[in-house]
Design a protein around this ligand. Structure first.
Ligand code: IMP
Length: 192
């Protein structure tokens, strides 16, 4: 059974390929010959994941899925949320985004936050969504070198290390994306 992952991120594709049950073969967009970007014009993670998954479905008419992730910070009324990639503006760096979060949180005690991933799956002419959440807090300053994005300022609840102090396999055991992916994989296992 063929399943296309609407992502150009080779780390995500590799992670998912290593987990997928036998009987299902994952293809990246690159492997399908598509290398463009898909506009994320939605105002929620759910809508953006659907936009990307629908777009790939409209091109190939094959089973496919897309994911979208945001960091939702309570003291910033849920920001950066769906705008996590470009919180500090178009073409900003991860560092710019981290700096802006810390600046906007100055003087606040409400530093609780969560990472949330939504996966939208087209499967056998039906559509499904899977959600993964990790709760935590935003640190006062960046700690750790690993990972990407907001990892250096996110301290997952119950842990003494930020995501950027964890190695990839430690993070992958508890991450928002892993939780959403594992839910989808459980569903697919029941299908093949
Ligand atoms: P995407 O939907 O996976 O492309 O994620 C959107 C943005 O959220 C990224 O550009 C990052 O800034 C941030 N982000 C997503 N996942 C993570 C993560 O695991 N750690 C830190 N930041 C993340």
């Amino acid at each position: 059974m063929k399943l296309i992952f609407a992502s150009g991120n080779k780390h995500k594709v590799g992670e998912i390929k290593s987990k997928i049950p036998t009987g299902i073969e994952i293809f990246s967009m690159k492997e399908m010959g598509f290398e463009g970007d898909i506009d994320e014009t939605g105002q929620t993670l759910e809508v953006n994941a659907k936009i990307k998954s629908d777009f790939i479905y409209s091109l190939f008419h094959e089973n496919c899925f897309a994911d979208d992730t945001g960091l939702e910070i309570k003291g910033l009324n849920g920001a950066p949320g769906v705008y996590s990639a470009r919180y500090a503006g178009a073409n900003c760096s991860f560092q710019d985004n981290v700096d802006l979060v810390l600046k906007n949180l100055k003087g606040t005690n409400e530093r609780s936050a969560r990472f949330r991933t939504v996966i939208h799956l087209h499967w056998k002419n039906q559509e499904f969504q899977f959600e993964g959440i990790v709760n935590g807090t935003i640190t006062e300053s960046p700690i750790g070198e690993a990972g990407f994005g907001y990892d250096p300022i996110f301290l997952p609840r119950g842990f003494k290390k930020t995501f950027a102090e964890m190695n990839l396999s430690e993070k992958n055991e508890i991450s928002h994306r892993a939780i959403a992916v594992n839910k989808m994989i459980d569903f697919l296992r029941s299908e093949v």
